[in-house]
Design a binder for this molecule. Sequence first.
Ligand SMILES: NC(=O)c1ccc[n+]([C@@H]2O[C@H](COP(=O)([O-])OP(=O)(O)OC[C@H]3O[C@@H](n4cnc5c(N)ncnc54)[C@H](OP(=O)(O)O)[C@@H]3O)[C@@H](O)[C@H]2O)c1
Length: 305
Amino acid sequence: MQHPHLLHIFSPTKYVSPFDINMAYEAKFDAVIPYCNVELDEIQALTQDTIFSRSPEGVRRTGIFIGGREFDLALKMLAAARAAMVPPFAVSVMADPSGAITTAAAMVALAEHWARKKGGGDLRGRRVCVFGGTGPVGVCTALLAARCGADVAIVSHQGRGAALVAADRLSRAHDVRLDGLDGSSATAVRAWLPDIEVLFSAARAGVEVVDADTLQYGHRLAVIADANAVPPAGIAGVGVKDKGKALALADGHELSALGALAIGDIKYKVHTALLQQMYAAPSPVFLSHDEAFATARDIVARQKK
Ligand SMILES: NC(=O)c1ccc[n+]([C@@H]2O[C@H](COP(=O)([O-])OP(=O)(O)OC[C@H]3O[C@@H](n4cnc5c(N)ncnc54)[C@H](OP(=O)(O)O)[C@@H]3O)[C@@H](O)[C@H]2O)c1
């Protein structure tokens, strides 16, 4: 085969996710080559081995995908790969560790859409909390919501201290201001939930972080979004297929619910669109959370409902 489309996947983890390999073949790459246990200081050499061996036409048909489990490490790896390019030997690079960036982009874009639909504007100035906000999906969700102008707090089931450590690290790395909240018990959550307008759950799969009684304290909630597809739901009462479904609290207050499959549908489209952009780009593109979010917003805006 002449000038095949090649995607090299660099991952700091023991395995490259089969999800990412499947998605790359679906996006029509001819070969997808995984590299495991990759360290940050190895990215430059790997990138330069990737670029210098191809013709000008081959370079256009080569991409690098950064996987793994950590958001900030993936961004550093993307930056290191970008810095290692020697034009005209330069290829496209996309980061999406654990699907976190495309999932967070989908979840925040959907929440923004439904917040607007419910009235009261988009996410600007809204009180937002992110359960599981110390994990990869949660970190990126918190960052994107903050970039939308929301007043964001990371929630940790290990308590406010752990949440503040993650919030502080993210705030300093990305020039945003995040707070931390205590998610260690229903009592702790009930103390601050009445102030929250948009609630994201990006906690570990199969873990309920907001039970049905606690949700009743969400008197100001406009949108709740749950990324977890593994029963039980992360937020009691949210169905995996919910796409802005109206959910009424006992006091009559109504909010919109977003479930994991509705989020996953947009995530899949964003992931595919970004891979296709790499595949077809006439000159190198560098794709991370900003590009993923812009794409998610676009896809959500074009949907009928
Ligand atoms: N819908 C989609 O398309 C899609 C795609 C990808 C991922 N997902 C889902 O998104 C969610 C987040 O993924 P991830 O990889 O970021 O998750 P993760 O790393 O497994 O966990 C995220 C956070 O959950 C919290 N957590 C762990 N055990 C907990 C417990 N027993 N009770 C409450 N919180 C607990 C931890 O934060 P603290 O210890 O600080 O609380 C952890 O950092 C998962 O449910 C995953 O399945 C959905």
